[in-house]
Design a protein around this ligand. Structure first.
Ligand code: FAD
Ligand code: FAD
Length: 472
């Protein structure tokens, strides 16, 4: 195969890589992208998109079931819903395909050449790609590493058989009857909640003493309450120890997960499936990082504020470079690197990277929590406005949760915004904007928010922090 020479080579077509390639192409740079699997990466194929499609279907199924049982939306009567997993998977696959085909089309339109195969560095400017037709050598002036991340396996619970990662949990052929989720992070709880709503008996095992340990307890309390209401059993301070088979599983032929509880008691949790969602790790092996001897930052490839690695001409973006491992961080880095290569002056100076947990209810955070601000020695004032006092929340039968603002005590500059409640993921836009624009409490309070919307809780939280809420 004839060697390819280009200006920019991108390894990995997930959100970090494909955005870098599209922008580089738009800027007129001769660009090649290499992908071993499918365009769209983890996010479009086995992550954000299929999980949100499953959550949406489970929410609809559950909501209709609640109406049918007379527990919701008085005045409406319906028959109990049914769920056809095969038909749901067809629809979900169609959404994923539309998006991945869209990415392929955008790359093409930007003039980017795609090479299918697995890339490995030979040196800092030369990469060998194992394709279906043989080895393709690509030489580039600039290389962007965007190899992403993968699910972490627990030594006592290797993937295989009943023990699965989120990838398999989003591709079950049958609905599990009994699902045990190891790890109460956002991935485990999002998928666990969806299957609970679809009728599975779900048990969550978490080593920490609370669910979603990356978020503060005030935000996660409504999620813990909803899990209880859905009949999900949660074992906190409990460690998964491994599978035990056969008769030990409790039921004839059943397999069970062995769990050590906080008080040292051993539990056997019978399970058709065990979803291990104990975190993700950057994909730093298999592409020649070791030979390049790139500096590392813990498990991640070390980068500076321009996503430059320790080797000249080699950049890295996305999950392979650090926390938070989220698609929108990867995309923002990818866009910045393409512009840098094209000669634009750019640097990573984001005030906040919003994060959403698509649990029930949803959690959204941007910037600092009260605890993080105090830990940083900042004197703060906070304001919390409950959705119980919001008209739109009442009309949506979704009164749990609140919006919370954290601001500096002296000049009132907003440091953090967070919310928990139905549909609050969409508030992430104004949270991030308020932080990037350097708003003060007075700016947020003085901005007119349409009525009736959940977003009215944002200025109200700011007014509360200023000591004079209108609707509390
Ligand atoms: P990836 O998307 O992992 O893409 C890397 C790509 O590189 C892959 O396609 C891989 O095949 C390819 N590759 C790797 N090595 C090579 C090689 N040597 N040669 C060629 N190709 C290679 N994030 C959110 O922001 N919101 C969410 O709601 C959300 N939900 C999630 C739900 C689940 C179940 C999971 C697993 C993840 C979720 N994430 C979510 C995280 C999100 O998917 C990642 O942050 C995002 O995909 C990272 O993008 P990336 O470009 O760094 O890497
Ligand atoms: P995690 O969220 O890591 O959850 C895994 C859980 O499994 C943990 O609670 C752990 O205690 C538990 N566990 C591990 N082993 C066992 C065992 N043997 N038995 C029982 N339980 C076990 N994500 C966001 O969405 N937004 C953010 O802003 C964000 N910021 C982050 C900042 C930092 C500093 C860190 C470290 C992580 C952050 N994350 C954030 C999460 C991160 O980006 C990953 O995407 C996430 O960890 C992957 O999700 P998960 O649900 O698989 O795992």
């Amino acid at each position: 195969m004839k060697d390819i020479t280009c200006t920019v080579l991108v390894i990995g077509a997930g959100p970090g890589g494909y955005v870098a390639a599209i922008r580089a192409g738009q800027l007129g740079l001769d660009t090649v992208i290499v992908e071993a699997a499918k365009p769209g990466g983890t996010c479009l194929n086995i992550g954000c998109i299929p999980s949100k499609a499953l959550i949406h279907a489970a929410d609809e199924f559950h909501r209709i079931g609640q109406i049918a049982a007379g527990r919701r939306t008085p005045g409406i009567g319906v028959a109990a819903p049914t769920f056809d997993l095969a038909a749901h998977r067809d629809w979900r696959g169609g959404v994923v395909n539309r998006l991945t085909n869209g990415v392929a089309g955008l790359l093409k339109r930007a003039g980017v050449k795609t090479v299918e195969g697995r890339a490995r560095f030979r040196d800092g400017k030369t990469v060998a790609v194992e394709t279906g037709l043989g080895t393709q050598v690509v030489r580039a002036e600039h290389v962007i590493v965007a190899t992403g991340s993968e699910a972490v396996a627990l030594p006592s619970l290797p993937f295989g058989g009943r023990v699965v990662s989120s990838t398999e949990a989003l591709a079950f052929d049958d609905l599990p009857r009994r699902l045990v989720v190891v790890g109460a992070g956002y991935i485990g709880l999002e998928i666990g909640t969806a299957y609970a709503k679809l009728g599975a008996e779900v048990t969550v095992v978490e080593a920490a003493d609370r669910i979603l340990p990356a978020y503060d307890a005030e935000l996660t309390a409504p999620v813990a309450a909803r899990l209880r209401a859905l009949g999900v059993t949660v074992h906190l301070g409990a460690k998964a120890r491994g599978m035990t088979g056969g008769e030990a599983g409790g039921e004839a032929g059943g397999e069970a997960l062995l769990v050590e509880t906080a008080d040292g008691v051993e539990l056997r949790l019978p399970a058709d499936r065990v979803l291990v969602a104990a975190g993700r790790r950057p994909r730093t092996e298999g592409w020649g990082r070791e030979e390049l001897v790139l500096d590392m930052d813990g498990p991640f490839v070390a980068i500076d504020d321009r996503c430059r690695t320790s080797m000249r001409g080699v950049y890295a973006v996305g999950d392979v470079t650090g926390e938070p491992m989220l698609a929108h961080r990867a995309m923002a880095q990818g866009e910045m690197v393409a512009e840098l290569i094209a000669g634009t002056k750019r640097a990573w100076d984001k005030v906040a990277i919003p994060a959403v947990c698509f649990t029930d209810p949803e959690i959204v955070t941007a910037g600092l929590s009260p605890d993080a601000a105090r830990a940083g020695g900042i004197e703060i004032r906070t304001g919390l406005f409950p959705f119980q006092a919001n008209g739109r929340a009442m009309t949506m039968e979704a009164e749990e949760g609140f919006v919370r603002v954290v601001a500096r005590a002296d000049d009132h500059v907003v440091l953090g915004l967070a919310a928990v409640g139905a549909g609050v993921s969409e508030l992430s836009a104004s949270f991030a904007l308020a932080l990037e624009m350097g708003c003060r409490l007075e700016d947020v309070a003085a901005t007119i928010h349409a009525h009736p919307t959940l977003s009215e809780a944002i200025p109200e939280a700011a007014l509360k922090a200023l000591g004079h809420p209108l609707h509390l």
